[in-house]
Design a protein around this ligand. Structure first.
Ligand SMILES: Nc1ncnc2c1ncn2[C@@H]1O[C@H](COP(=O)(O)OP(=O)(O)OP(=O)(O)O)[C@@H](O)[C@H]1O
Ligand SMILES: [Mg+2]
Length: 303
């Protein structure tokens, strides 16, 4: 654990709010990530986690609030955010399906080469010079992520878990200081999840701070120095894994049951009383105490 809260943060989100018409998907969220940290972002389906990531990475311009990287406000353009040093993966994998594994990583490298994307794709004159160095770096990242032996495979032919790892390799190709992972283990088996856990530790050890969204609570609580819980767009709790796991509001939020001070507490109590009178169902198992089955209950929303 290397919680270095005394150093200046790499990421500072202040009062980030995102509204879509009448819906407030993210409401005044503050979050900081420090160098050397792995921070988790959890919350039920539809809590606003991906929307928050989209605000951090310039995909959405927040309705209110600011996002800074190493003390400088980030421009609301995804390629400029990547250029600044923040890379991400997507909840729904976004690879170039008909490119090889190596080519996908080379595309991720274009923000760090003078030649740029089109030169890389069209193999223009400047590309040849930079190609050897880029390929070497890309191969090193494929070694690092365990995909080197698949370098020449088309990415669409990779099993799902390896496509997720390739997304990580591609994101790392831009040499980020902060990596945002949106459900990196979705669809992975337990063995693949453990390998991914080790990979995230290794990424942090190489000097990239990590902010990770996941529904797999075992993964999150093993991995993260700090965890923030979003519920209905608001940050409900933030703290160490122990603090978050033992907070009854978090358990309540996952089960959809009311907690003390919950705005809907009275109405929920009435419904519960009515259901009890009608012989309602028994309590559900906690999703925040390590029940791996919580990962299967989610829907495949866009991003
Ligand atoms: N582009 C959009 N336009 C309108 N509403 C949106 C848009 N993107 C997200 N939303 C809504 O914002 C809310 C938060 O969605 P978001 O995808 O951020 O949740 P999430 O926490 O990532 O959920 P999950 O765990 O299922 O991925 C949802 O109600 C969603 O329908
Ligand atoms: Mg999401």
């Amino acid at each position: 654990m290397t919680t270095t809260t005394t150093t200046a943060p790499v990421l500072t989100a202040t009062g980030v709010t995102m509204r879509f018409g009448g819906l407030t998907a993210v409401r005044s969220v503050d979050l900081a990530v420090h160098p050397g940290e792995i921070v988790g972002l959890i919350g039920p389906n539809g809590a606003g986690k991906t929307t928050f990531f989209n605000c951090l990475t310039g995909l959405y311009v927040p309705t209110e609030g600011t996002v800074s990287y190493k003390g400088t406000v980030l421009p609301p353009k995804p390629h400029m955010v990547t250029q600044a040093g923040v890379a991400r993966t997507f909840q729904n994998i976004r690879l170039f399906a008909n490119m090889t594994v190596l080519e996908n990583v080379l595309v991720g490298r274009h923000t760090r080469t003078k030649e740029g994307l089109w030169s890389a794709l069209l193999r223009g004159p400047g590309f040849k010079r930079a190609e050897a160095a880029s390929r070497e770096r890309a191969m090193e990242l494929l070694e690092f992520t365990g995909l080197a032996d698949k370098a020449d495979h088309l990415s669409r032919n990779l099993p799902y878990g390896e496509q997720r790892k390739l997304e990580i390799a591609r994101a790392l190709a831009s040499d980020p200081g902060l990596l945002l992972l949106d459900e990196p283990t979705a669809g992975m088996n337990p063995q693949e999840t453990r390998v991914t856990e080790e990979l995230v530790f290794a990424i942090r050890d190489r000097g990239t701070a990590v902010l990770v969204i996941e529904h797999d609570m075992r993964f999150i609580f093993n991995l993260c120095d700090r965890v923030a819980v979003l519920v209905q767009g608001q940050k409900l709790v933030e703290g160490t894994s122990d603090v978050v796991q033992s907070d009854e509001r978090v358990v309540a939020a996952y089960l959809g049951t009311p907690f003390e001070g919950d705005p809907g507490e009275e109405e929920a109590a009435e419904v519960e009383a009515a259901e009890a009178g009608a012989g309602g169902a028994g309590p559900k198992k906690s999703a925040v105490t390590g029940d791996a089955e919580s990962t299967t209950a989610r829907t495949e929303d866009e991003q």
